[in-house]
Design a protein around this ligand. Sequence first.
Ligand code: ZN
Length: 249
Amino acid sequence: VNASGTFALEYAGVDAGALEAVRRAMDAAAPGLARWGGLAEPVTVRVYPSHDALERAVGREGYGWLKAWARYDEVFLQSPRTWSLLGVRQRDLEELLLHELTHCVMYQRAAERGDWSRRRIPAWFREGMASETARQGYRWPSLEDLARFYEAQPGQDPLGAPAALYQGDSDIVYAAAHHAFGFLVRRYGEEGVRSLLAGMREGRTFPQAFERVLGLSQEAFERDFRRYVTLRGFRTGRLQPPGGGSAPP
Ligand SMILES: [Zn+2]
């Protein structure tokens, strides 16, 4: 038990040396997780001794950049011992664990253990919430980069249809997710996000809870975000009022 919640740690003997760093990172996650109500249930963190072992455990192959995976009450973690020959920076580990534990908080606040994997939450919201909470924006392309991506590849939709881009161009998908979630929080506040998750836990789908809490449809929000990016609304710092600007151009 620490400030973030209750944890169990599973690991192979070879990774015993990494445990203290993992424990400290879980402790450091507490304030970030508290923004969204914190963990409601205990989480098991499983440390895998190699990248291949992690991929096998989560059933995903060919994602060389993947270091961790989260479920409702589990985090699968490639041992930080293996991240780099030069050793891992504590800050990187804290960032990653806060990201993954934010996923756990989201699932626990939006669903129950028995149904969380069937409750659909759009990838941009899942990853944007985790990335924004862990302050990972510096890792991803900027809003200007995203604007140029939309111009260069108007047929692609890293927000609404990220699957085609995820494996090969994950950075632009994470960038779109991160910036869209930030846009959402600036417009509707953290309370809007907490209410949205609570609305799902009461049985609504994500689109239903989104529209009920925020007063516009998920599709309208996604269109607003794309327009905000392509019109460089981020340069002026001016935000459209909630629901505004959703008519076709
Ligand atoms: Zn994630």
